[in-house]
Design a protein around this ligand. Structure first.
Ligand code: ZN
Ligand code: ZN
Ligand code: ZN
Ligand code: ZN
Length: 305
């Protein structure tokens, strides 16, 4: 801990002397002044202890400062490392928790050259690769998101174009139907008008016949009446036959306007055919698809621990 206590030599303090500490032995969990440091380096029990400067010790993350050098349970130095439990153990631990463990090795075989080990290089490579991968992924996802926003804008325009094309098509369809209606009406109008003229003519002829026959019947002689009757009977029969023939041929049929209901599918087909001919792409659906990544994730071989 970065308190002033840590800057005082623990050995000297026990002798009521205040000396500033320059190094710390994490194994002894004590700070030493220059003089006590020399003693610590020479004493048989501690000469293999690795000390670090107070300044460097304070730079270490808290969890590293707190790493135990001795077994918290038995208060003995760690001497072995158990691969199965993945933790260091003291001589007492060996006879308790690790009696069945086979992969126990002297701790110093792991710690001796830890900083120069290939495991350390591997870990550094893995961390570096992870950083690179994460950076690439963040960059890629951000770019994709930005691109998706632009794609959305483009698709909105395409959807609008589709709607406008449909509107144009419906406008054209309306104009086309109105045109057909008008042409059909004019044709039938002319047909009925001509028929009316023809029938009016026939009616006036028959009317003339009626008038003449009425006069003949009332004032003419028997012979004259007979002759006119023969003539008019022939004409009236012919007129009647003509009318019957016209009737039978459907000339007096009632005419109605009939709309053929449009089949929506055929409208669509017709529509897409028309538009495809114009080289336009029309949207009928909007969906999403995912493409393969355009970057690689680097993965090192498994950590050998
Ligand atoms: Zn001291
Ligand atoms: Zn020590
Ligand atoms: Zn222990
Ligand atoms: Zn074990």
């Amino acid at each position: 801990m970065a308190t002033s206590q840590q800057h005082i030599c623990d050995i000297c303090m026990n002798q009521h002397i205040t000396e500033y500490a320059i190094v710390r032995c994490p194994e002894c969990e004590e700070n030493f002044c220059e003089k006590c440091k020399t003693h610590h380096e020479c004493a048989k029990a501690t000469k293999n202890h690795e000390v670090i400067s107070i300044e460097h010790f304070l730079k270490l993350p808290k969890f590293v400062q707190d790493i135990n050098f001795s077994c918290p349970e038995h208060e003995e130095s760690f001497v072995f490392y158990c691969d199965e439990h993945e933790k260091p153990c003291c001589a007492y631990c060996l006879h308790n928790a690790h009696t069945r463990c086979r992969n126990l090795s002297p701790l110093h075989t792991f710690t001796k050259n830890a900083k120069e080990s290939s495991s350390l290089v591997d870990l550094e490579t893995t961390i570096s690769d992870l950083m690179e991968n994460l950076t690439n992924i963040i960059e890629d996802r951000s770019e994709n998101l930005q691109d998706l926003v632009e794609q959305k804008t483009r698709f909105k325009m395409k959807i609008r174009t589709t709607k406008e094309a449909f509107n144009t098509y419906l406008d054209e369809l309306e104009a086309d139907l109105l045109d057909k209606l008008e042409k059909t009406f004019i044709e039938k109008e002319l047909q009925i008008q001509n028929m009316l003229k023809d029938i009016e003519l026939r009616k006036s002829k028959i009317s003339e016949m009626k008038k003449n026959f009425t006069i003949t019947k009332s004032v003419a002689s028997q012979f004259q009446t007979f002759m006119v009757m023969r003539e008019f009977t022939h004409l009236a029969n012919t007129a009647e036959t003509d009318l019957q023939r016209l009737f039978d041929s459907g000339s007096f049929n009632w005419i109605e306007i009939l709309g053929t209901p449009a089949d929506i599918q055929s409208l669509k087909d017709n529509f897409s055919f028309r538009e495809n001919r114009l080289g336009l792409t029309l949207l009928k659906n909007v969906d999403m698809r995912s493409l393969k990544h355009n970057f690689k994730v680097n993965v090192q071989r498994q950590c050998p621990f």
